[in-house]
Structures are given as C-alpha cells and as structure tokens.
Design a protein around this ligand. Structure first.
Ligand code: GDP
Ligand code: MG
Length: 162
C-alpha cells in the first residue's frame, strides 16, 4: 500500500490535515527511540484507492523549543518511508527559514511531492499563497484543513499517483 507522508515545521497544521484524511488510526508505533519514531500512522482512501498516511512531528510542541535538526530527521525518515510527500506550509506565517530548510531537503527528492498551503480558510487568502512559489518547488494546492476546502483537489492529485 502506498504511504503518504505529511511533513513540515511545527504548527502549520499537519496533524489537523492528518485527522481529516484518516478514518482509521493505527497505534502509535514506537516511542522508545524518541523523536526518530515520533509519528502517527493511519489509513485512508479516496476514489477507491487506499493508502497509509504518516503524520510527523507528533510530540514536538511549539516552535521555540525544537531543534531544526529534529525536523530534518523527521523529514529524512519520512522521505525514506514514504512513496508520496505532502509538504504543509502556513499562509498565516508565510515562508519561514525552517520552511526553506525543509524545501531544500525536498528539492533533491524524486518522489511525487505536493505542496499544501494550509489555513487558506477563505478566498481572500488565495492571493497570499502566491509567495509560496518562492519555495522553488512549483505548483501548490491551497487548502484549509479546518474547514476542508481544497482538500478534495489535493486528494484527487494524490490518488492519481497511487
Ligand atoms: P502541526 O504542528 O503541524 O501538527 O499543526 P496542528 O495540526 O497541531 O495545528 C496547529 C494550529 O493550527 C492549531 O491551532 C490548529 O487548529 C491550527 N490550524 C490547522 N489547520 C488550520 C486551518 O486550515 N486554518 C486555520 N485557521 N487554522 C488551522
Ligand atoms: Mg502535529
């Protein structure tokens, strides 16, 4: 089964998106090895295609007390495990230095990659999303993980890769 990994810095809305995508949560697999297994797994399906979803960074709280190296480790592990990557960024915050770090890691990756500009809760925020072209990763999807807008289009695109 294809594995879709949700990556990005803290507080962009990864877990909110995960919860929206996943109907059936799997147990937290392993907390013994600490941050390297700091992830949640779930199952989802769309247009009859089933896939697993990984939410990364589950126990990382806030953005001040985390280290960039930990995020990097999370992303690299997700890249190893996953077939498809969803990189979540936050239209309220715009591009941060940590977003650029993650983008740098993803640019080398050959796997299908989708950029989800989250927190686009209303059409007025669509214009603000344009700055994310500067990540240098191409097209993006605008979504609101809270109200679900745009997530169908993102899932349509993901399902085509499965
Ligand atoms: P994570 O750290 O990336 O897993 O982010 P969370 O899913 O925990 O969300 C961080 C914060 O952003 C929470 O307060 C969420 O309610 C909020 N959030 C997530 N998605 C959206 C969204 O689509 N719109 C808005 N306005 N807030 C969101
Ligand atoms: Mg989270």
């Amino acid at each position: 089964m294809s594995i879709v990994a949700i990556v990005g810095r803290p507080n962009v809305g990864k877990s909110t998106l995960f919860n929206r995508l996943v109907q059936r949560r799997e147990a937290i697999v392993d907390s013994v090895s600490g941050v390297t297994r700091d992830r949640h797994y779930g199952k989802s399906d769309w247009n009859g295609k089933e896939f697993s979803v990984i939410d990364t960074g589950g126990y990382i709280k806030g953005s001040d007390d985390i280290f960039e190296a930990e995020i990097r480790k999370q992303v690299e592990l997700a890249l190893d495990e996953a077939d498809i990557i969803v990189f979540v960024v936050d239209v309220e915050q715009g591009i941060t230095p940590m977003d650029n770090e993650v983008a740098k890691l993803l640019r080398k990756e050959k796997k299908p990659l989708f950029i989800a500009v989250n927190k686009v809760d209303n059409a007025m925020r669509d214009a603000d999303a344009v700055e994310f072209y500067n990540l240098g990763l191409g097209e993006y999807f605008t979504i609101s993980s809270i109200n679900g807008s745009g997530t169908g289009e993102l899932l349509d695109a993901i399902a085509k890769e499965i």
